[in-house]
Write a protein that binds this ligand. Structure first.
Ligand code: FES
Length: 103
């Protein structure tokens, strides 16, 4: 199955540089079996952006200088999760709940 990377380019993430992150990832993974998409849909973690979903697992605070390294590490872990809160790792739940309460 082809891995999927989605970069949130909704308003908040875009203001934090997600379009540059998306461009960096598109170049970095052009030769890989990985699909990189810019997503207009908000991932609901706006204050932690730019946010990138790697096979459904959300990475926060990416920037063009660390995006490729962090995404490759996430791909190596081969974690497949849906974006629902019930499938998030415990260490991400506190941040997710803080985001939701302050949204
Ligand atoms: S704008 Fe990207 S998570 Fe909301």
């Amino acid at each position: 199955m082809k891995s999927q990377i989605r970069v949130c380019v909704n308003v908040n993430c875009c203001q934090r540089g997600s379009r540059e992150v998306a461009a960096t990832l598109e170049k970095a993974f052009i030769a890989d079996e990985v699909e990189v998409q810019a997503s207009e849909s908000c991932f609901r973690f706006c204050k932690s952006g730019p946010n990138v979903a790697v096979n459904g697992a959300i990475l926060h605070h990416l920037n063009p200088s660390d995006a490729e390294k962090r995404v490759r590490a996430a791909l190596a872990r081969r974690i497949v999760k849906k974006e629902a809160i019930g499938t998030r790792p415990l260490d991400e739940l506190d941040a997710a709940l803080d985001e939701m309460m302050n949204f």
